[in-house]
Ligand binder design. Structure first.
Ligand code: FE
Ligand code: FE
Ligand code: ZN
Length: 300
């Protein structure tokens, strides 16, 4: 099977897309996802076309398909909240334009959180915002991410995503990004992935899935927590994740790791080493390495 796998990578203002491609190649990935700046703020720099063109050249040489590259919107934008609404809409209008300038087709967005409003109002606000953002000439699709349901997060069920999508006018510019940790924490059984996909297909339509975040979870099914764990070290487990990654129905969908960086030692809190090169290798081999963390520490 043709595996399209990568991870979250950094995007720095001095190297931009070229730097992101180089980082992905270090991990032996053939796709990647990035934030166009810091994920926790909305300061964004100017895109330099010369760096973008150099990035394209390097991608071509290494068979990385631009059509599968993903941008993730910063998580502080919130279309659900009245107070934040205008700012979030204008930021996302610019973000879609940035994606288009970079040639990126997919922008992953957390639907939002119902702060100071009902879930129903939140859903209305989100679709209203999406209709303002997607009314453009760009070939960029927004992917609503399935959420763990932490706090007042919207998007904790397929039905909830469907109710947003139903109210969006630009149906061909809206899709879904499923996240294995979030689905587990939201109560979906990841050991029975084909029935989860059947359910998704019935409610939304499987063709809407354009990206999958591959993460193990630190918490049990239905915990509504959202804490990612390294592949094979959490409650979903290696075999279930391999079944999801190699599911034939999602062969053309890029798989993106968002697993935590590894700490220097067990007592350290600071996350230092990216695990992606090692996790991708383990996924390609389909053999779980219980010494993965130790190996990463020794080789980093
Ligand atoms: Fe996300
Ligand atoms: Fe995710
Ligand atoms: Zn998450």
């Amino acid at each position: 099977m043709n595996l399209i796998i990568g991870s979250h990578v950094s995007y720095k203002n001095n190297s931009q897309l070229l730097g992101s491609v180089k980082e992905a190649l270090n991990y032996k990935a053939n796709t990647f996802m990035f934030y166009t700046g810091a994920p926790q703020n909305t300061n964004r720099g100017v895109i330099e076309d010369s760096l973008t063109l150099e990035a394209y050249k390097l991608m071509k040489e290494n068979n990385i398909d631009l059509e599968k590259i993903i941008v993730h919107a910063p998580y502080i934008v919130n279309l659900a909240n009245f107070n934040n609404f205008d700012f979030s809409v204008s930021f996302l209008i610019n973000e879609v334009e940035r994606c288009s300038t970079l040639g990126v087709k997919y922008l992953v967005l957390h639907p939002g959180s119902a702060v100071n409003c009902s879930r129903e109002e939140a859903i209305n606000n989100i679709s209203k915002g999406l209709n303002l953002i997607l009314d453009n000439e760009y070939d960029v699709t927004i992917l609503l991410e399935t959420m763990a349901g932490k706090g007042n997060e919207i998007g904790r069920s397929f039905e909830e995503l469907k109710s947003i999508i139903d109210k969006v006018k630009f149906k061909d510019k809206i899709g879904v990004c499923i996240d294995t940790c979030h689905l587990n924490d939201a109560g979906y059984d990841m050991s029975n992935f084909d029935s989860v996909l059947d359910l998704f297909d019935k409610i939304i339509g499987i063709e809407k899935i354009k990206c999958i975040h591959i993460n193990d979870s630190k918490n049990n099914i239905d915990s509504h927590k959202d804490r990612h764990e390294n592949i094979g070290f959490g409650t979903i487990g290696f075999d279930n994740l391999i079944n999801i990654i190699y599911n034939k129905r999602l062969e053309s969908v890029p798989k993106i790791l968002e697993t935590p960086y590894v700490t220097k030692d067990d007592n350290s809190k600071e996350r230092e080493y990216p695990p992606y090169k090692y996790e991708i290798e383990m996924i390609r081999n389909k053999i779980f390495d219980k010494n993965l963390i130790k190996n990463i520490r020794e080789n980093s």
